[in-house]
Design a protein around this ligand. Structure first.
Ligand code: SF4
Length: 397
């Protein structure tokens, strides 16, 4: 996987004052990917040391009032050429900088005040379709013993459990809010495993309960609150689905967004309101774009064929009618299933980073599908699914 990275984050002394801003999480990522380093300000030929620069409106000015917009523009063009030439689709740039900042930049008053906006290079990269994040995003997604990656496995996908080096197990009956009477369906287990996969700390939940079994939204999201309580910041949801033609075909897919058609929401449950600051949670970027980019990069590196698209969560347990399948297709849905959406809402409300991976085991509407065929499809894709998730975990470790 190729990633564009601000040179000062890697420890190069290229800042206006001759210093650097090394970030350990970014350096760790850099050690696992192919890096194209950029520093538009060095590329511009501006002298070092010099006064600091900030964005003021559409311009860039130094603290002594000199307008350096043209130099910053030319440096961005040179760096953009390197970035585009690398064919990377992800950039990790230094936050708040007038060149590299993304989302927030200093406002030109030199008082430490931030305003919404992008640095010049960051804006150019986004225009080229390259996803830009700051070092804060990489840091907030980094796994550690204190912040293991939670993985919730669905039907047919529990084989990943074999990759875990276990440290301890947690019976779901000991998890607050998980229904005491619940019994795992075939292919699921109700013992969470705390341990590591290839050295990355994880908590794996190899089974879940569903709304269609009569459980509430609060009960089906108990594992998410448990993961948050254990310190997990990243959570991977894996689920089996049906593919909606012509938007998707069978096989592995990355979930980019969802439509909640289950008729419920975990944030209406009084129990869950204890865990979140406000139930009025914005759902933009509920599927963390940075994690999606990592997954795309791993899939490309590993030669794993993955589709991607929108997941529609249904109550079930009956499958969709032909009219429903046509309607879902017109709504832009690629995958349809009976889990995940409420869990993702809960995780997003708790501020967790979410990656959704699905295995479309059949085309929606295929009347021959049963639980047995889902397990068989899971086995057929177990190797690819394992390599995909393990590849992402390595980049987070
Ligand atoms: Fe760092 Fe970007 Fe500034 Fe260069 S231009 S010093 S890479 S923030």
């Amino acid at each position: 996987m190729r990633v564009i990275i601000s040179r000062c984050l890697l420890g190069a002394s290229c800042r206006y004052d001759g210093g650097s801003k090394p970030c350990e999480a970014v350096r760790s990522l850099a050690s696992r990917v192919e890096v194209t380093s950029v520093c538009p300000e060095t590329a511009s030929g501006l002298p070092v040391p010099r006064p600091p620069a900030e964005r003021r409106g559409g311009r860039v000015v130094l603290a002594d009032g000199t307008d350096v917009t043209q130099a910053f523009e030319s440096g961005a063009v040179i760096s953009l050429g390197r970035a585009v030439g690398s064919a990377a689709t992800l950039a990790v740039l230094k936050a708040k900088s007038p060149s590299c900042g993304r989302g927030l930049v200093y406002d030109g008053s030199f008082t430490g005040t931030l305003v919404e906006g992008d640095g010049i290079l960051a804006a150019r990269l986004e225009e080229e379709g390259i996803h830009v994040v700051t070092e804060d995003v990489v840091q907030s997604c980094r796994a550690s013993v204190e912040h293991p990656v939670a993985i919730v496995l669905g039907s047919g996908l529990a084989g990943l459990l074999d990759a875990v080096k276990p440290v301890r197990r947690i019976d779901y009956r000991d998890i607050e809010g998980f229904p005491e009477d619940a019994r795992p369906i075939e292919g699921h287990s109700f013992k969470a495993v705390v341990g590591s996969i290839d050295g990355t700390p994880v908590v794996v939940y190899p089974g879940r309960v569903h709304l269609y079994q009569g459980y509430s939204a609060a009960e089906v999201t108990a594992l998410v609150r448990h993961a948050k309580h254990l310190g997990c910041r990243d959570i991977v949801f894996a689920c089996a689905t049906g593919a909606i033609p012509p938007n998707a075909t069978t096989g592995l897919g990355l979930i980019t967004d969802h439509i909640n058609l289950t008729g419920t929401n975990p944030l209406v449950e009084p129990d869950d309101l204890r865990s979140v600051e406000s139930p009025f949670v914005g759902m933009g970027d509920a599927y963390t774009p940075y994690l999606l980019e990592l997954a795309r990069g791993v899939a490309a590196d590993e030669g794993i064929e993955v589709g991607e698209g929108v997941y529609a969560g249904m109550l079930g347990p009956s499958y969709e009618t032909p009219a429903e399948i046509r309607a879902l297709g017109m709504l832009g849905v690629s995958y349809v299933g009976m889990s995940t959406v409420n869990e993702v809402i809960m995780a997003h409300a708790l501020g967790m980073n979410v990656l959704g991976v699905t295995l479309a085991t059949n085309l929606a509407g295929d009347s021959s599908v049963d639980h047995e065929s889902v397990l068989v499809a899971g086995q057929a894709h177990a190797d690819e699914f394992g390599r995909l998730v393990r590849g992402v975990l390595r980049l987070l470790g």
